[in-house]
Design a protein around this ligand. Structure first.
Ligand SMILES: CC(C)(COP(=O)(O)OP(=O)(O)OC[C@H]1O[C@@H](n2cnc3c(N)ncnc32)[C@H](O)[C@@H]1OP(=O)(O)O)[C@@H](O)C(=O)NCCC(=O)NCCS
Length: 159
């Protein structure tokens, strides 16, 4: 387990976000990030990052919370490949949950590739359940699973 510093992201964190995206298959588009993080943005998205506790504080992962109708929407969750399976994704989701509760959302939703078993395992552990399947949602024809959870997210206990 690695306990990072969790904080909101600003435009200054863009290079770190792009570095993580470049090495990931689940990248959030650069033009969207630039537009969301610029100072006068009227975007309703919230960017939360996990930082290493060393002096240079590189970004280790980030998550993006948006809105879909009256629910929160997890729009991105990515952790630096080197730092995976250390609990950072789970801690980012816990921070997203706190923000979503603060914003008065009662539920949170997300879409995930059917083949992304690692992410689905994490979401299930954090109390998300599969709602529906959107056939051929991704550009390569892969199905998306829509998952949702009531807020706050709860870490399910293991048997
Ligand atoms: C999915 C992702 C965010 C998980 O981040 P992470 O920091 O490695 O996750 P955690 O360490 O908090 O994992 C918590 C639990 O989730 C489950 N889990 C996470 N990744 C898993 C994997 N690859 N395979 C199986 N289970 C996994 C495990 O139960 C894990 O607990 P454990 O390590 O004690 O067994 C990360 O793998 C990633 O960035 N993937 C690429 C981007 C992506 O697919 N994002 C999600 C969809 S857009």
């Amino acid at each position: 387990m690695y306990v990072p510093e969790i904080d909101f992201l600003t435009f200054e964190d863009l290079p770190g976000i792009l570095r993580i995206n470049a090495a990931s298959s689940c990248s959030w588009p650069e033009e969207v990030i630039r537009s969301d993080l610029k100072q006068d943005s009227d975007s309703e998205t919230t960017y939360i990052g996990a930082f290493a506790t060393t002096a240079e504080a590189p970004l280790l992962g980030y998550a993006v919370l948006g809105r879909e109708k009256r629910s929160g929407l997890l729009m991105a969750l990515v952790v630096d490949e080197v730092y995976r399976r250390k609990g950072i994704g789970r801690q980012l989701l816990a921070a997203i949950s706190d923000c979503a509760v603060y914003l008065n959302f009662r539920r949170i939703k997300l879409k995930v590739r059917k083949s992304n078993s690692g992410a689905i395992a994490l979401y299930t552990q954090m109390s998300f359940v599969g709602e529906t399947v959107r056939r051929g949602y991704y550009s390569n024809g892969e199905d998306a699973i829509i998952m949702s959870a009531s807020l706050p997210l709860k870490l399910s206990t293991r048997p």
